[in-house]
Design a protein around this ligand. Sequence first.
Ligand SMILES: NC(=O)c1ccc[n+]([C@@H]2O[C@H](COP(=O)([O-])OP(=O)(O)OC[C@H]3O[C@@H](n4cnc5c(N)ncnc54)[C@H](O)[C@@H]3O)[C@@H](O)[C@H]2O)c1
Length: 262
Amino acid sequence: MRSVAGAGVVVTGGGSGIGAALSRRFAAEGARVVVNDLDPGAAEAVAASCGGPQPAVAVPADAAREEGVAALISAARAELGEIDLFCANAGVARAGGADAAEADWAASWQVNVMAHVRAARLLLGPWLDRGSGHLICTVSAAGLLTMPGSAPYSVTKHAALAFAEWLAVSYAHRGLTVQAICPLGVRTPMLDGSGPRAEALLGDAAIAPEAVADAVIEAVADGRFLILPHPEVAGMYAGRAADTGRWLEGMSRVQQRLEQLG
Ligand SMILES: NC(=O)c1ccc[n+]([C@@H]2O[C@H](COP(=O)([O-])OP(=O)(O)OC[C@H]3O[C@@H](n4cnc5c(N)ncnc54)[C@H](O)[C@@H]3O)[C@@H](O)[C@H]2O)c1
């Protein structure tokens, strides 16, 4: 798929932030959009705000739990026919280290990783049968680098990237396109609720969710795996790979600066 015009698209976590911007932009480009969110009112409001030639439809569901993913995909298929593009965008950012509560670790695994696995499990059969399908996972630069202050987020975003890479390796030759969006800060309720250290780390370079949607539309046209709305992340990722020890030392200095904020 080089353009979303006419495509049947599902966006999870579409009731806010990046998912809302993606939903509106896809609709404006002529896609038939299903807006999913855990929050039914948010999904309805974003669906109603989508312009474009085709009205968007809200399908509230828990896009992480197995029954919720099944309900979402079956409602989306009833609405769209086969799904052409699935955006596994819903995510949660829970703070803490090894001491983070079991519930926060579990929620991070469920929403940031298993949601993608469960969606892929249901999408792959029909996609491989027809020889085409497109999955875009909203990961994070934390999946390429790390996120000081949040071990559950860093670890599960690395896992989400690993799963997206695995899918790309396994199925590119069978017609699947898999892409991973890896931004630094994006001005959404998630960033606004992440506390003063996240704001100090990411606030200055934070971009609008609409800028992420711009980067996605550009990347859909060329199919590149990594979608980097902050282009500087490519250099950071290369630096981490080329000299991991040096990169860790630099990140330790960042951590120490953040600790001075209290
Ligand atoms: N904001 C940032 O700085 C930033 C940076 C990099 C990556 N991301 C990633 O972008 C994605 C979207 O984040 P955002 O900043 O737009 O956050 P947000 O909090 O504004 O929106 C997330 C939406 O997902 C929904 N959601 C959460 N769990 C869900 C579930 N189980 N099923 C369905 N919907 C669910 C929420 O109700 C919310 O409407 C996340 O995966 C996040 O990790 C965000």
